[in-house]
Design a protein around this ligand. Sequence first.
Ligand SMILES: Nc1ncnc2c1ncn2[C@@H]1O[C@H](COP(=O)(O)OP(=O)(O)OP(=O)(O)O)[C@@H](O)[C@H]1O
Length: 763
Amino acid sequence: MPATLLVLPRHISFSIPSLSSTSMKLGPSLRAPRAVPAFCRIFPFKLKYQGMLGRVFHVRMLSSQPYRERNWSRPDGSRSSSRDAAAVRDGGRGPRRSLIDDEAQLSDWVGDRRTGSFKGKRASEDDGSDRERAPGRGRTKFGEAKRRRETDTGDFGESERQRTRRAPTRTFGRESSRPPRQLDSEGDDGFPPLRKSWGDNPTRGNMNPRAGQRAGRRDFGQRTSKPRDGEGAVSRFQSEEERMDLTDLISEDESEVDDSDEDELVKSSNGSLPGIEKKVAQVSSGQSDSYLSETRFDQCAVSPLSLKGIRDAGYEKMTVVQEATLPVILKGKDVLAKARTGTGKTVAFLLPSIEVVLKSPAPERDQKRPPIFVLVICPTRELASQAAAEANTLLKYHPSIGVQVVIGGTRLALEQKRMQTNPCQILVATPGRLKDHIENTAGFATRLMGVKVLVLDEADQLLDMGFQKDIERIIAAIPKQRQTLLFSATVPEKVRRISHIALKRDHEFINTVEEGSEETHTQVRQMQLVAPLNKQFSILYSILKDHIADDVNYKVLVFCTTAMVTAFVADLLGELNLNVREIHSRKSQSYRTKVSEEFRKSKGLILVTSDVSARGVDYPDVTLVIQIGLPADREQYIHRLGRTGRKGKEGQGILMLAPWEEFFLSTVRDLPITEAPVPSVDPETKKKVEKSLSHVEMKSKESAYQAWLGYYNSNKKIGSDKSKLVELANDFSRCMGLDTPPAIPKLVIGKMGLRNVPGLRSR
Ligand SMILES: Nc1ncnc2c1ncn2[C@@H]1O[C@H](COP(=O)(O)OP(=O)(O)OP(=O)(O)O)[C@@H](O)[C@H]1O
């Protein structure tokens, strides 16, 4: 479909604020002649394609063996027909068309409360067959966990705090020895006074020792030691469903478990890291990191038909991570690869995986349970669909190789049928749905016994707390004799230590992020802004307005802490007449797919999102990423930011925190995050935002309040002082325009461990 058809028309009444009417004013220290909007001065450089500049470190280990294309003939000697070919390709893309709406993940009480209505210019949700349930449901052995199995961030029977409890709370070596940085503005308990007067101290102390330095002035010799992993942060493994599904929240007594034992366990496991480390530096040119190598794909020992597909996709040179990993993977080695966001990791694992399929025996014509040769696991549905689409691009000239995708939120039976009737040598899956098939799909376990390559995309997330158990179960269902490929933009040491769950001990760790350089892109300008909650919505609106005025092709992602907070912020921005969409786990899969596709192809659009878009999703030309509230952890901050600045392009990122969330900055202090001046908001803007807040439905606010409380309750630092937590939540409720905080079901309060906490209203 031509892209133009998918670009939503801009709203007729939508007007881009003129330069002179910009409502976001800088503090006095930064007041300057207003020739350009304030935002332009904060982010002075224009977004433009950086090209493929920069130097790279070359690895030439490519085989000189001529490639022999496998003849994919049927047992009767005939080639697959073009109809088969179409079926194969459709098979991979099929899910996008055949996805059904499924709101089954809604916990009951949330279901009652959500309105699901669109505000402002947001498209109305497709409600068609929303309530249709997967037939496979209810047959699972995992009972209660089943309901949550389809979540994106994976929760299969463990509560957040149980997982947090098991989590190592310290990191290793020198990184762990440094105490957390004390911030001037924090009290002893990490909570600064709640109500800071607006406009005071616009020039907060800079969190980054190198703040203000721009690309080209970085000192790679001085490596800032990393902060403690996940220090005080909310676990990213708490699924959105879980955050809202308070039956999953654990009881007070469990919350008292000390995790010092875990520390000891981690300490005692300190030793040399498994695998052979290979540093393949992606050298920073000082301006923009070059993500392309000098090696062309046609210099590689891959199938000429794959090369044809690659050429059609417009790829000529390999990216650095592709160049570094391909020869090693082709040799059959297990690989753990780390490369910055948006640098082509998907092709890096798919291309050699396709080679494995090509070298495998073609399935018999009447084979009832033909083997699956390649299993790719992704943490989110969007990512799985995207990886399958990329595979189909590479397989354009391999019509007999089929890619199927199995993800939550779609009918299990449909997937079962598709896998039965279409070729499926490559399977891309989310962990929960994969487990469903292992348990409920006849013959599936047998087919999995053919797996020769296992890929974990976003490996650190899949191997860490939230998914680990499921991945272990899945690994137990595939042959030990296989090749395993782990890819991610972030590989914390604690994940390397547990990588033996999936990898052979002699695997290669290929790291394309140069020692001493940041895990983020230098061409992405990162800023942090600390402002009290009651100013944040106005500031957000001002930032967006100025960005829109500055760049007519704006494409903005606004990350929020939970699904319900995402829905609320989207409602608000819709009321403010911004062109906005929302995506989060509370939306049906068909809706998510639709919005995701729309955002991919659009310009002039804001997507308010939860962490379902944090990792891997490849939206081209995102101009700005805003993160409001505490990111789950350092890694999640990096992945969210990585939605901009892809393929060497420029981008901007703003992290907006409340003063009591400022402690998070210590976990990212080695990143070049500069301080944004706290803008003053003119009275007109303030009034407009207040009016729009009053138009947002009560149910949206109530759900956001409860979700907010759940999210911060699970944060070690903020959730440990329950009275303070409730105080903050009630402040958030006031900021949404509520005079009285919404009442919460007694059961839920109990589950959250908030019984008898003053300030909470129960019902
Ligand atoms: N060799 C290449 N030349 C040009 N573009 C490429 C090449 N390989 C991949 N791409 C494109 O680069 C973009 C980013 O790729 P991809 O999504 O695989 O990045 P990633 O490293 O997995 O990012 P993330 O860490 O966010 O998951 C995609 O649009 C992809 O099609």
